[in-house]
Design a protein around this ligand. Structure first.
Ligand SMILES: [Zn+2]
Length: 324
């Protein structure tokens, strides 16, 4: 599938993010200040993280395993000429939107201040996206193209998927299964990772059916809504996004994203009920200085050129940071 120019993409440490987050040290202090204080914060109310994670492997192990699986996935996409270049307009767009959301991530998980975030676009038709533990994000071309997602809708998917990682829902599922001996490999089935998932096929239906729970989905909807609102994206886009998804499902073509992320009938009502809680955050947030559109819309050439320049500069800084 050679819809656009795919080629190698090498990752580089995200040093500017570290500096940015160092200036946001308050984020870590906000993490889990206790229920009563938490209930008074502005934004959505979702309570403390699940205790089931206590039974799962430690966060750093899960994140390290996820990083390995992410690299395998990228290698696989690259070998099929399906990995988008970092300079592709839709990758620049995804990266820009993710960078608007990232500064608020450590409010939800102090570990996120040290994550090496990555965003990649895979040129396959499936309507899917995910964020693996540790901040490794993938979007699929089919999601952007078939649903013609606006920037705000992309930010809602991004926030939703980032929340699964921030709230460590994968670890929680591992803990629920009490599969601590095979927990690390369970992550590959949660993300349905190509060859690795096939190798796992003999390991039993239980592992392959590992999914996020409906509670996790509700939490991801709400925290994602808040992350996107703080980043300056209109929370009403969450309604249009999930309407687009559910219309496809009702027409007999359920998006992969919905089959891996069970949806409850009251999903829309839950989102709509919580929009007023983030509206003030959205209204006061600085708005994006770059706007884009779905594939096929006119490119925002000035923004893309400027953002590509920024990316090259970060890459050079990364080399300097490593003493090269
Ligand atoms: Zn989800």
């Amino acid at each position: 599938m050679n819809r656009f120019h795919f080629a190698d993409r090498s990752s580089s440490p995200d040093s500017s993010r570290r500096r940015l987050l160092a200036g946001l040290g308050a984020g870590a202090a906000l993490a889990w200040p206790g229920l009563s204080a938490f209930a008074q914060r502005e934004g959505v109310q979702v309570g403390p993280p699940s205790r089931m994670s206590a039974l799962a492997p430690p966060s750093d192990q899960v994140e390290a395993q996820a990083a390995q699986e992410y690299d395998k996935l990228l290698q696989d996409a690259r070998s099929h000429n399906q990995l988008a270049l970092p300079t592709h307009p839709q990758v620049v767009r995804l990266d820009y939107i993710s960078r608007r959301l990232r500064p608020f991530a450590s409010m939800w998980n102090a570990r996120a201040a040290n994550w090496q975030w990555e965003v990649n676009l895979i040129g396959a038709d499936q309507i899917n996206a995910f964020c693996m533990p540790g901040g490794k994000i993938v979007f699929y071309w089919g999601l952007l193209d078939k649903l013609k997602l606006t920037d705000a809708e992309v930010s809602m998917v991004m926030g939703h998927e980032m929340t699964h990682a921030l709230r460590e829902h994968a670890r929680e599922q591992m803990g629920k299964q009490q599969a601590t001996d095979i927990g690390l490999t369970a992550i590959t089935s949660l993300f349905r990772l190509g060859d690795v998932a096939q190798q796992m096929a003999g390991m039993g239906q239980q592992l392959l059916s590992l999914k996020y729970s409906r509670d996790d989905e509700n939490e991801a909807d709400l925290v994602g809504l808040e992350l996107a609102a703080r980043a300056g994206y209109d929370p009403n886009a969450a309604v249009s996004l999930w309407n687009k998804m559910m219309n496809l499902a009702n027409n007999g073509a359920p998006p992969a994203l919905l089959s891996d992320h069970p949806s409850s009938p009251d999903r829309m009502a839950n989102i709509e009920r919580n929009i007023p809680d983030v509206l003030g955050l959205y209204e006061r947030a600085p708005k994006p200085d770059c706007t884009f559109g779905p594939p096929g819309s006119p490119n925002n050439a000035a923004c893309i050129a400027a953002l590509n320049r920024d990316a090259r500069q970060r890459s050079n800084e990364g080399f300097r940071d490593r003493g090269q």
